[in-house]
Design a binder for this molecule. Structure first.
Ligand SMILES: Nc1ncnc2c1ncn2[C@@H]1O[C@H](COP(=O)(O)OP(=O)(O)OP(=O)(O)O)[C@@H](O)[C@H]1O
Length: 623
C-alpha cells in the first residue's frame, strides 16, 4: 500500500501474515498491488468499518437459532389452529348443506315500467310471486332483496371460497333469465365488483399467509362445444375434449392454464377471457351472453399439506350461465334460436344433476350435457356448490321468474320434502352460530401467529444482513469511478465541492452505532500505527520506503487471497480504476500531488465516509 502526501511519501506494503508495519523499498513490492493514499501527518487514517468481531457474530448466530426455534413452534401452533378452523367451517357447510341455492332479485332498471302492484315480494329465505290471482311461494337458503349490494352477496359466498382454499372443490353458478343480473352478480361493474374479482382478491389475500399458488383457465360452452377463452391462438380454441381419469377427476384436453403470480395478473387474464366471450343482441338484453362462461381457479397447495389427507390441488369453478329464456320472447331466429335451445338443454341437464345430488341418488346424470361433464368433480362428493338464481322484479317477466324459481325449487327439493321442525331449525341455527364463533376465533389467532412469524423472519433477515451492503458499496463506487473517468475536465477541488454540495452522503455510507464504535477503535489503532510509522520513517535514512501492515479484517484477507466472489467485482473496479486518468497518474510524483482531495483518507476530513468509500474502491488494487 503506498501512502503519499505533500510532505512525505511512504509506501506501505500489505502483508497479512505479519502483524507489523515494516519498512521496505518501494521497488520491492512482492504482491504488486498498491493502495495509494494521500495524507497529512496529523490526518492519516486507513480503516474498514465492516469488521465484525467474532464474539458479536457468535451472539448473532445464537439469536438467529433462537428465532428459528420460535418460528418452528409458532408454525406448529398455526397448523393446529388452522385445522380447528377448517373443521368448524366444514361442519357449518355440512349443516347448511353442501349444495346451497340463493335467490337475488334485480332492482328495476331506469328503462323499466313499475306497476302499481309489484309481483315479487321477498323474505330472508322466501320469495312469493303473485300473478293474475295466483300466489306461488319458493324457499331458498338465502334471498337477496333488490336493495342488497355486492358486499351482502359476497359475504355468503366466502365460505365456499375458504373451503376451496382448504382443499375442497367448489362451484359457484349464476342462473337466471336473460337480463336479470347474472353477469352483474359474477363480474359486476368497476365501482361494484362482483363475486369473481372479489374472490380473486380474497384468494390472493389468503395466499400470502399459506403456501398456495393459483392458476386459471377460462372456457365457454357454446352450442355444445368447448371454446378456450385464454388460448393465444384463435385456431386452437375450439372443440376441446373432456377427459375423466380413473379417480373421477375431470380434465379438459388442451385447455390453456395460466399461472397467476399476483392479483394484477389474475385480473388481466380474467378480463382477457371475458372479452373473448360470445354475446349477441336479443330483444331482452343488448349484450346477452349466448353461452355458459366458466372460469376455473386451480389452487395448489405446497409444503406441509402434502402430509395431510387433503388433495394437493382443488378446483374452484365460477360460472356465468347463459340466459334461460323462452325463445319466443327473445325474438330469436336462426343462429340465436339455436344458441337459446343449446343453453336451455344444458341448463335442464344441470337442474337434473343438482336435483339428483341433493336427493343423494345413486345415479347422477352427468353425461347429459357438456356443462355437467365439465363440472362433474366439482358438483358432487365433498364439493361445495352455490347456485344463485337471479330473477327480475317486473310484471312482464313473471312467467320467466316462475320458471327460474321452479328450477331452483327442484334443486333444493329434498329440504322442502322433509319438513324440518322449528325446534330442529333453531338448534341448527344455534350450532352454526357457535361454530362461526369458533372459526372466527381460530382465524384471528392464526393471524396473530402469522404476524409473529413474519416479525421473527424479518429479524432473522436483518441479522443476516451485513451492516453495509458490499454490493451496493461496490456498485456505487464503481459508478463513481465511471463518472469521474468520463468527466476528466473536472478539477479535484471541483469534484470535492460537487460531492459535498450536490450529492450528500449516499445512504449506504451512513453508519450504525456498532459500526461507528468499530470505526473509531480501528481509527485509534491505525492512527497510532501511522504515527509510529512516521516517526520511524523520519528517523530512517531512507526517505522513501515501503511498509508492511498487518490487517485483521477477514474481508480484506479474502480480498488479498482473491478467493471470494468479491474478487471479480473488485477486479472490475480495478479495471475501471486503472482506466481512469487518475489511476494512471499514481506513478508520477507531480501527478500524486494533484491527487483529488476526495481521494484522501484522513481522520479529520469532513468527508471521511466518502473517503472510506474511495478507499474500498481502491482496495481493488490489492487484487
Ligand atoms: N343488482 C343489480 N343492481 C344494479 N343493476 C343491476 C343489477 N343486476 C343487474 N343489473 C343491471 O341489469 C342489466 C342486465 O344485467 P346482466 O347483463 O348482468 O344480465 P344477465 O343476466 O347477465 O344477462 P344475459 O343472460 O343476457 O347475459 C345490466 O345493465 C346490469 O347492470
Amino acid at each position: 500500500m503506498r501512502i503519499s502526501g505533500e510532505k512525505e511519501q511512504i509506501l506501505l506494503h500489505l502483508d497479512s501474515a505479519k502483524g507489523l508495519f515494516r519498512s521496505t523499498s518501494p521497488m520491492k513490492q512482492d504482491h504488486g498491488t498498491e493502495l495509494q493514499l494521500d495524507y497529512s501527518p496529523t490526518e492519516l487514517l486507513y480503516t474498514d468499518v465492516n469488521v465484525v468481531p467474532e464474539h458479536e457474530s457468535n451472539e448473532l448466530e445464537k439469536s438467529i437459532l433462537n428465532l428459528e426455534g420460535e418460528i418452528a413452534e409458532l408454525r406448529l401452533q398455526e397448523v393446529c389452529l388452522d385445522k380447528k378452523r377448517r373443521e368448524a367451517l366444514n361442519r357449518i357447510l355440512d349443516i347448511k348443506g353442501s349444495i346451497r341455492v340463493f335467490c337475488r332479485v334485480r332492482p328495476f332498471l331506469l328503462t323499466e315500467r313499475r306497476g302499481i302492484h309489484e309481483p315479487v315480494s321477498v323474505d330472508s329465505d322466501k320469495v312469493v310471486v303473485r300473478s293474475v290471482g295466483s300466489r306461488k311461494e319458493f324457499r331458498f337458503d338465502r334471498v337477496f332483496h333488490q336493495s342488497a349490494d355486492q358486499d351482502d352477496v359476497f359475504l355468503e359466498v366466502e365460505p365456499v371460497l375458504k373451503s376451496a382454499l382448504d382443499g375442497h372443490n367448489g362451484c359457484i353458478l349464476a342462473y337466471g333469465q336473460t337480463g336479470t343480473g347474472k353477469t352483474f352478480t359474477m363480474d359486476g361493474l368497476n365501482d361494484q365488483p362482483g363475486i369473481i374479482p372479489r374472490a380473486l382478491e380474497l384468494l390472493f389475500r389468503q395466499a400470502s399467509s399459506a403456501s398456495l399458488t393459483f392458476s386459471m383457465s377460462m372456457l365457454e360452452v357454446y352450442m355444445g362445444s368447448l371454446k378456450d377463452l385464454l388460448s393465444p391462438k384463435a385456431s386452437a380454441r375450439c372443440n376441446l375434449n373432456i377427459q375423466t381419469d380413473p379417480k373421477g377427476m375431470v380434465e379438459i384436453e388442451g385447455l390453456t392454464e395460466v399461472q397467476l403470480p399476483n392479483i394484477a395478473k389474475a385480473k388481466w387474464w380474467y378480463s382477457k377471457g371475458r372479452r373473448c366471450r360470445s354475446t349477441s343482441w336479443t330483444n331482452v338484453n343488448e349484450t346477452s351472453s349466448r353461452s355458459h362462461c366458466l372460469m376455473r381457479i386451480t389452487i395448489s397447495r405446497h409444503g406441509e399439506s402434502k402430509q395431510g389427507s387433503r388433495p394437493e390441488a382443488s378446483k374452484l369453478w365460477m360460472v356465468d350461465l347463459g340466459g334461460s329464456e323462452r325463445l319466443l320472447k327473445t325474438g330469436a331466429t336462426g343462429l340465436t334460436l339455436d344458441e337459446g335451445r343449446a343453453i336451455n338443454l344444458s341448463l335442464s341437464a344441470l337442474g337434473d344433476v343438482v336435483a339428483a345430488l341433493r336427493r343423494k341418488r345413486g345415479h347422477v346424470p352427468y353425461r347429459n350435457s357438456k356443462l355437467t361433464q365439465i363440472l362433474k368433480d366439482s358438483l358432487g362428493h365433498s364439493s361445495k356448490v352455490l347456485m344463485l338464481v337471479n330473477i327480475s322484479p317486473c310484471e312482464e317477466d313473471v312467467g320467466e321468474t316462475i320458471c327460474s324459481l321452479s328450477f331452483s325449487s327442484r334443486a333444493r327439493a329434498i329440504e322442502t320434502d322433509r319438513e324440518i321442525s322449528e325446534d330442529i331449525s333453531k338448534q341448527r341455527e344455534k350450532r352454526i352460530t357457535e361454530l362461526e364463533h369458533e372459526m372466527r376465533e381460530a382465524e384471528e389467532q392464526c393471524q396473530k401467529l402469522r404476524n409473529q412469524i413474519r416479525k421473527a423472519e424479518f429479524l432473522i433477515h436483518e441479522y443476516r444482513k451485513p451492516s453495509y451492503s458490499d454490493k451496493e458499496d461496490i456498485s456505487t463506487a464503481h459508478e463513481e469511478n465511471r463518472k469521474e473517468s468520463e468527466n476528466p475536465i473536472l478539477q479535484p477541488t471541483e469534484r470535492g465541492v460537487k460531492r459535498n454540495i450536490i450529492s450528500p452522503l449516499p445512504r449506504f455510507m451512513t453508519s450504525t452505532a456498532a459500526s461507528r464504535h468499530r470505526q473509531s477503535a480501528a481509527e485509534r489503532e491505525v492512527v497510532g500505527k501511522a504515527r509510529s510509522l512516521r516517526s520511524e520513517a523520519r528517523s530512517s535514512a531512507q526517505l522513501s520506503c515501503s511498509q508492511s501492515l498487518s490487517y485483521s479484517d477477514i474481508r480484506l484477507k479474502s480480498v488479498l487471497r482473491g478467493d471470494s466472489n468479491k474478487k471479480s467485482r473488485y477486479a472490475d473496479t480495478k479495471q475501471n480504476l486503472s482506466d481512469s486518468p487518475k489511476a494512471k497518474c499514481g506513478s508520477s510524483d507531480s501527478k500524486v500531488a494533484s491527487m483529488p482531495r476526495n481521494k484522501l483518507v484522513t481522520s479529520s476530513d469532513p468527508n471521511f465516509r466518502t473517503t472510506i468509500a474511495n478507499h474500498r474502491r481502491r482496495m481493488s488494487d490489492l487484487n
